[in-house]
Design a protein around this ligand. Structure first.
Ligand code: NAD
Ligand code: TYD
Length: 367
């Protein structure tokens, strides 16, 4: 089996759903470990309620004894580490949780994994992998004509979020170099797709547009991000797990640089076609330029040639097809957005998991 941390969040849940659907015949189960912070939502995992391939455990990655007990009990062949505090704006308002989960949590998880891996033997030991899911933001910001980030670009994180992810990447690297732990690291660009919490640009714009609210664009809106459809990211992670070389880093990107303003325009145009406003006006009229984010990185771009050359991965979705799927998903799932935005799912989580938190395996519950 494999362990996934953070599998109730956006990318982790997409990964677990895709894994269980695509590998049903292979029958390799997933143990999904998630603390269920504001960003974790077991509703994302509802399609797996009856799946023999999925088990959910509420636990903190920083709870080393709990993670050690789970490793000893389930003996996974890999740990795929998605769990993190992930939102830049939140990291500016409250960096503590970012240092705690992204740095201390990753450290504790590495310690538990190292102890477990050290006790393995032969083929089991050789096959074990620790795959760390990270971000392109660790590389800092680019000028308009700078070359895209490659795996050898120097780290220069600018926000508490990216600094905490950079620290975690360094720890992962050091555990390979010092202890020989077979690690893999992926640094990916901005993801979008189903189940993304509506604090991030794309779902936030969709949610606010439909409610007739202003669409906040930071600064001049000409900051550039590379956007990748989440299912393509999940395929990249599965491919790196399958064939990546331990100790190596793989940059993952969508070959798709866009200004924020152009993303917002595209979303408005898709909504104009799919769900026209009652007054016939375009959603573009709701765009509001607001004060910029402090320390806002101007441009990210990913050079993803290594993963293509060595592992044969390329994105399947274009921005047009991926964005259309994303808009359609949000339009088809108003109840999901309603629950995450009113906090109803949080109350449900608390009721569902009250008294079951703390230590595994006693903390176990079915999703
Ligand atoms: P998310 O915020 O949607 O989900 C994070 C999940 O981690 C949540 O389910 C949360 O409950 C869980 N979690 C948080 N703290 C935890 C802890 N201490 N112990 C256990 N679980 C905990 O994030 P996401 O967008 O799905 O990102 C997943 C990973 O991918 C992160 O490591 C992030 O840095 C990385 N990443 C994200 C993007 C992106 O565009 N979203 C791009 C590149 C890399
Ligand atoms: P976000 O989705 O928060 O991802 P990240 O900061 O990790 O790139 O933001 C994407 C871009 O959109 C970023 O340049 C900030 C900008 N942005 C806005 O202009 N308005 C918003 O309301 C948000 C949330 C983001």
């Amino acid at each position: 089996m494999i362990f996934v941390t953070g599998g109730a969040g956006f990318i982790g849940a997409n990964f677990v759903l895709d894994w269980c659907r695509e590998r049903a015949s292979a029958g390799e189960p997933v143990l999904n470990i998630d603390l269920l912070t504001y960003a974790g939502n077991t509703e994302n995992l509802a399609p797996l309620a009856d799946s023999p391939l999925h088990r959910f455990v509420r636990a903190d990655i920083a709870d080393q004894p709990a993670i050690a007990a789970l490793l000893a009990e389930h003996r996974p062949r890999a740990v795929l580490h998605f769990a993190a505090e992930s939102h830049v704006d939140r990291s500016i308002l409250g960096p503590d949780a970012f240092v705690q989960t992204n740095v201390v949590g990753t450290f504790r998880l590495l310690e538990a994994a190292r102890a477990y891996w050290s006790g393995l033997e032969g083929a089991e030991k050789a096959a074990f992998r620790f795959l760390h899911v990270s971000t392109d933001e660790v590389y800092g910001t680019l000028g308009p004509s700078d070359p895209a980030f490659s795996e050898t670009t120097a780290y220069a994180p600018n926000s508490p979020y990216s600094a905490s992810k950079a620290a975690s990447d360094h720890l992962v690297r050091a555990y390979h170099h010092t202890y020989g732990l077979p690690v893999l690291t992926t640094n990916c660009s901005n993801n979008y797709g189903p189940h993304q919490f509506p604090e991030k640009l794309i779902p936030l714009v969709l949610h606010r547009a439909l409610r007739g609210e202003p669409l906040p664009v930071y600064g001049d809106g000409l900051q550039v991000r590379d956007w990748l459809y989440v299912a393509d990211h999940c395929r990249a992670i599965a491919r790196v797990l399958e064939a990546g070389t331990p100790g190596e880093v793989y940059n993952v990107g969508g070959l798709n640089e866009q200004t924020n303003l152009s993303v917002v325009h595209l979303l408005c145009d898709l909504l104009d076609a799919a769900r026209p406003r009652a007054d016939g006006a375009s959603y573009r009229g709701q765009i509001a330029f607001v004060r910029d984010r402090p320390g806002h990185d101007r441009r990210y771009a990913i050079d993803a040639r290594k993963i293509e050359r060595e592992l044969g991965w390329r994105p399947r979705e274009t921005f047009a097809t991926g964005l259309k799927k994303t808009v359609d998903w949000y339009l088809a799932h108003p109840e999901w957005v309603e629950h995450v935005t009113t906090g109803a799912y949080r109350e449900w989580n608390e009721r569902q998991y009250a008294g079951r938190a703390a230590r595994a395996p006693a903390a176990e519950a079915s999703a």
